[in-house]
Design a binder for this molecule. Structure first.
Ligand SMILES: CC(C)(COP(=O)(O)OP(=O)(O)OC[C@H]1O[C@@H](n2cnc3c(N)ncnc32)[C@H](O)[C@@H]1O)[C@@H](O)C(=O)NCCC(=O)NCCS
Ligand SMILES: Nc1ncnc2c1ncn2[C@@H]1O[C@H](COP(=O)(O)OP(=O)(O)OP(=O)(O)O)[C@@H](O)[C@H]1O
Length: 244
């Protein structure tokens, strides 16, 4: 299975591209933003680490879930805080993403897409065979980000500045998709890219036969690790609540 990193800057169109790859090409998408949301749900160990680090102000008092806007306002304006957030969330995001990649492999897919905004920043580019960057000019990026998230120009700028510049990502890419035009133009560039990168069926089947056993073992081990980690966290929290 070919592991493909799909990246870009904030609001350059990664989700637009990945939803086309999912619906028109039936490719499995491992969505880092989605995983990042799941690992900070209120029953997850990373949620408690975030509260211990950033304080209870980042919890919405009504829903008891993470107040993403508040945490975003802190970390997108403070590189040290962002490093602390990344230090808590990224290790667990990586484990869950690896689990999903193994599942995509076990199902016999020939291509799996890692939709990851921080592919370069977090070093995940080392594990993929092809990097696709979805690019737009910075002015278009700012305009689309502000229109989508209804944020101020300063907020849009600080989010953009939190990431590697899009021009640098394009330099490091194997394939650059220009998403500054109509969506259909982006889709046809993606269609050509898929045709270019999809491996031969026979070679893929041989790799599957060679690696399915170890992949299944690792998949099971990662699932068990995540579950045990969650149980341990619950036990520790229950014990500290009792003591309080
Ligand atoms: C800071 C948080 C709470 C803000 O949440 P919010 O709902 O406003 O944004 P959302 O999660 O939808 O992310 C939107 C975009 O912001 C950018 N972004 C998110 N986290 C980061 C980060 N740590 N550094 C730089 N850019 C980031 C990405 O381009 C992402 O696509 C949230 O992004 C978060 O928990 N980030 C840490 C986990 C992470 O690194 N996620 C990125 C995928 S690995
Ligand atoms: N070709 C296009 N033409 C016009 N608008 C577009 C185009 N592609 C994407 N958009 C719009 O730009 C915004 C950002 O796109 P999208 O959400 O796909 O970006 P993203 O890279 O996934 O963002 P994030 O980094 O926040 O996850 C959305 O409102 C989307 O509808």
């Amino acid at each position: 299975m070919k592991l493909v990193g799909l990246t870009g800057g904030i609001a350059t169109g990664k989700s637009t591209a990945s939803s086309h790859l999912r619906t028109s090409h039936h490719l499995p998408i491992v969505d880092a933003d989605l995983v990042a949301r799941q690992v900070v749900e209120p029953d997850q160990p990373a949620f408690y680490s975030l509260v211990a680090t950033f304080g209870t102000d980042i919890v919405n008092p009504e829903t008891h879930a993470l107040d993403r806007a508040k945490l975003g306002a802190i970390v997108f304006n403070d590189p040290a805080a962002r490093n602390r957030l990344n230090g808590i969330t990224h290790p667990v995001i990586r484990v869950e993403m690896l689990r999903q990649v193994l599942w995509a492999f076990l199902k016999g897919n020939r291509v799996c897409i890692l939709d990851t905004p921080l592919l370069f920043e977090a070093g995940l580019y080392k594990f993929v065979s092809v990097v696709i960057v979805i690019a737009v000019p910075v002015e278009t990026q700012k305009m689309r980000l502000r229109a989508r998230d209804k944020c101020t120009p300063a907020d849009a700028q600080s989010r953009i500045d939190s990431q590697m510049p899009i021009a640098e990502k394009c330099k490091r890419a194997d394939i650059v998709i220009d998403n500054s035009g109509e969506a259909v133009q982006t889709y046809s560039q993606l269609d050509r890219a898929v045709a270019d990168i999809t491996p031969n069926k026979l070679i893929n089947a041989l790799w599957w036969v060679a690696l399915a056993g170890p992949a299944l073992g690792l998949y099971g081990a990662l699932g068990a690790y995540l579950r045990v980690k969650q149980w341990c966290g619950q036990l520790v929290r229950a014990a500290s609540k009792k003591r309080a």
